[in-house]
Design a protein around this ligand. Sequence first.
Ligand SMILES: O=C(CO)COP(=O)(O)O
Length: 254
Amino acid sequence: MSDEIRKSTSRLVVGNWKMNGSLALNQTLLAGLLEKTKATPEKYATVQLAVCPSFPYLAQVQQALSGSSISWGAQDISLYTEGAYTGEVSVGMLMDFACQWAIVGHSERRSYHGETSQQVAEKARLALSQGMTPIVCIGESLEQRQEGNTLAIIEQQLKPVLALGEQLKNIVVAYEPVWAIGTGLTATPEQAQEVHAFIRELLRQQQAPQVQILYGGSVKSANAASLFAMQDIDGALVGGAALDADEFLAIAIA
Ligand SMILES: O=C(CO)COP(=O)(O)O
């Protein structure tokens, strides 16, 4: 697929709801998303939309979105497939709720739960083995950026994932600079593009240049268009702004 075709056919915009929501709040949010996308489907014809709620709400989201153009996924998956792992949720369980996506290696999981890049790659492999698409998150901290280590960190985090082999082409990568998450600080389009182009090159070396690379970190409707205009930014992984239906959809079509 040429770069032009990749960009024009498929923008992927995923809402990571994180640990937010309730049955009532989700119902309002889902109704807002459905109402707008159904009223003007032509606006969303070239956008793939997805939302990732907390585990307990997957059934609710599945029920609301089944048959619509919006897909859904999980925010994490367990490294284990079954058994005595209290508190864990397996990939098979997620398949019971028809999850199409699984975010893996979000920086909040890496920093609060000590997830390593090796474990993240294993989670991606598990998702792929069940036909789910892992959204593999990578990104540098402010300190790492200031020390000039951004690209080295990106390469280190992606390395075990690049070794997935044949299946690599079926993943999605999300570049989320840690310093831009929930802070209101966004990477400039040029800063993001530099890293996306680097990730693209690493993927190209493994014969997977068509992998979609999302940007995440304080994406809003006000900054989305300039990010999407960049050659190697194929969509967004949206946190806070995904909790508002109008704002999320405005990002999608920015
Ligand atoms: O972490 C993010 C998405 O996974 C980004 O969060 P914010 O959009 O709230 O900065």
